[in-house]
Design a binder for this molecule. Sequence first.
Ligand code: UDX
Ligand code: UDX
Length: 436
Amino acid sequence: MRICVVGAGYVGLVSAAVLAEWGHDVTCVDNDEEKIAQLQSGVLPVYEDGLLEMAARNRSEGRLHFRVDLAQALTQRELVMIAVGTPAGKNGNPDLSAVWNVVKSLKECSTGQITLVIKSTVPVGTCEAVAEFLYHDEERFDVVSAPEFLRQGTAIRDYLAPDRMVFGCQTSRAKQVMQDLFRSLECPVIFTDWHSSEMIKYAANAFLALKISYINLIANLSEKVGGNVQDVAQGVGLDRRIGPAFLKPGVGFGGSCLPKDTRALVALGEENGVNVWLLRDVLQINFEQRVHIVKKLEEVLGGLEGKKIAVLGLSFKPNTGDVREAPALTIISRILERGGKAAAYDPVVDMEALSREIPFIPALDPYDAVSGAHAVVFLTEWGEFAKLDLRRIRGLLKFPLLIDGRHIFDPQALKALGFVSQSYDSRPVLEFMSAK
Ligand code: UDX
Ligand code: UDX
């Protein structure tokens, strides 16, 4: 098939590379000229395992092309996939302007029969509105809602081995095109209407967010009343009706989807007079997990004025360089607001660029960050952090406070090394010493 993928973000790039790998002729278009120039010279703007090799192979074999000009890229295509961003706009409602720009161009520039596949996360009712707009004077378009469930860091693997695929189709022709396009994937497939398909994406992401906030609520309770939340999470998760995934307590969720999509559902509920307190609480608990860390620092260190805090891990989770809605951003900003300094290190994030937005000190490595700091906070569970020489870290710190926001270390081992530590295992955790 001749395919155009619009948007060269995580979803767009992975879709384009995989579809080219399956033998289709794919043009991936993005309005960010710098991004396209990078892609044309073989550089990937995102860090994603396996994507560079797959993209390079398909480019060199002539099946994958990168372009800026949307109108040109849309000509002579049979299938157009929209994967532009839908960032949170006013009141938590997603900003759909990028999606509508593509739809308008498509109506003007395309010729022949076209299947339009909407991968971007869009509010319930969007596909219907798009279809009404496109079908107004011609019937050569089919609109499909095809939400994407890939996770950053394991995006290609998730794309090729999904738990399920969901398609919102209104015609048998569109259904057939989807069956043909994804025939090599073996997984349950749900064909449904546009509205249900759009809702499935939001409901799934908000449920993942709910699980994380729920276990964080239990972690906070356990911290007060005693009990090891890791054991609690395991004991709860082994019930097959609940499942063990997304019960990792800690500093909470970030990224481009869970926070945005939960907020979008809250906005949808409020606009329609439906009680969405549960989801508001999910977001509030998540915010408080971040605040909680700064409060701990202040409590133990007796204020943050003039204190240097080492922050290890900036991305919203390991194996990605993405810092969108990352807990580290909120936490560093709060440290700075309270008169502290932050020295931060992350193995993949572009620290120089980020430090121009939030004035932290970019460190050369974890030891450099920790050197002369009053405390160290771990906010991303990068594999390399688990191998750090903790004795050396202890020696470099001015005060031995270690806050493990991702449960990387064994609290007993930290205690044995002389750390004052706070992790999400409440058994032997805090022995408050005053550093005032
Ligand atoms: C995807 C979905 O598209 C989004 O709706 C969902 O909520 C999360 O997953 P992602 O691939 O992570 O988003 O987005 P991002 O990495 O922000 O990439 C979007 C791309 O679209 C960017 O490269 C941006 O430059 C491009 N874009 C944006 C356009 O090409 N045209 C526009 O008008 C706007
Ligand atoms: C998510 C969805 O998982 C995916 O299906 C959807 O397509 C896009 O949004 P992603 O944002 O890449 O994927 O990350 P995910 O792995 O879901 O993690 C989100 C956040 O939750 C991270 O900040 C992570 O650290 C946090 N998390 C995850 C926890 O705090 N505890 C957990 O148990 C699991």
